[in-house]
Design a protein around this ligand. Sequence first.
Ligand SMILES: CC(C)C(=O)C(=O)O
Length: 464
Amino acid sequence: MDQRKVYINPHNNLLQLEEPIYPLVDVEEPNTFRNLFPYDEIPKIAFNDRIVPHNLPDEIFITDTTFRDGQQSRAPYTTEQIVTLFDYFHRLGGPKGLIRQSEFFLYSKKDRDAVYRCMEKGYEFPEVTSWIRASKKDFELVKDLGMKETGILVSCSDYHIFYKMKMTRKEAMNHYLSVVRECLETGVAARCHLEDITRSDIHGFVIPFCTELMKLSKEYNIPVKIRACDTMGYGVNFSGAVIPRSVQGIIYGLTAHAGVPSKWLEWHGHNDFYKAVTNSTTAWLYGASAVNCSLFGIGERTGNTPLEAMVFEYAQLKGTLDGMDTTVITELAEYFEKEIGYRVPSRTPFVGKNFNVTRAGIHADGLLKNEEIYNIFDTEKFLNRPVLVAVSNTSGLAGIAHWINSFYKLKGEAAVDKSHPVVQKIKNWVDEEYESGRVTVITDDELLDIIQKTENELGIHISK
Ligand SMILES: CC(C)C(=O)C(=O)O
């Protein structure tokens, strides 16, 4: 018979059984969850219909890995670029520090220079934290640099424990606990990156391990944070899906069974199955305060959860931006294009060149009557990106006038309408293009070119 005590759950005032204690299950053979991950078949999503209650923490925020996971997958940024991006993150996160932390490599002198320069700024947020090899010498370095927290890799699936580290679960756990203890001895808080959690044995390894980590934190009176890393992007947020793929199931296990407080719990997603954003939002909804993101989602393989996306997820969940300055997102995209030579793919939400451009004539027509019909929100207000109508065979005079007004931000007296001679002449040119067999839309550069030529020809200049 189940002898656990009964208590009132403060979340819902219902009687509940005391949480069971999960001991480490030290298996002889790795559990690779072949039923879910057959490798020569597409991974499977199975359901047991266990429903997890919502548990949105009072405080949720974003942490940043642009300079760690982000830099692992591209050419390194220069120190100057890192410092500039850090400034942007500070502004974007607003006075409440919703971009709470950013993590840095400490391997090379260049890495450390970037850290010094960012710390010198004296910002409260983002807090500069580190990512290091787990050794006593490196913990001392973190401390000497004046940092309070470091990330430590504690891979938790049997794929990693048995195949990469060639250990048993017990050996891996003891090894990790001794490394974390060493870190805490130095006085530095440990952020444990549980790599590959969505292929791990949640009850047999992750919960017993995190329970021990929480004991260590108590012993040293220093935070031990848990970062749940969906390294391969296998996480799913469907109600009733089984762990280890269920994001809410993992978060529930960590909070309810291992006793990890929400404020120390973070989700780190990858986008291999297009689920990075929605899984991160799910982690917030079910009890993780932090979601770890990289700017524009730049990270290993298909990338991480895009930081800018979570800014808008935050606003949608909380009903407020809480002081975040979203126009910085557009500045960041421009900086990447001009200074770093990276252009985000044009259809990328919020930042791509075409994210709020309407092309189809029938839609463009609606947009011209009222931009709310085909724009997700006031993109000019929040992103400094007025809605655009691309010029094509179906644009008509009004479409061309709208393009000119939006592109040059012309308002009131300065705006052109369909009777403007420049607009009419351009319309003739557009019609000729399509009559001679063109099938593509007219590009911005072509329009700029033809506007200039037409202005010179007619001797009329639009007030730009
Ligand atoms: C290397 C680890 C911590 C990681 O970034 C991941 O699992 O995605």
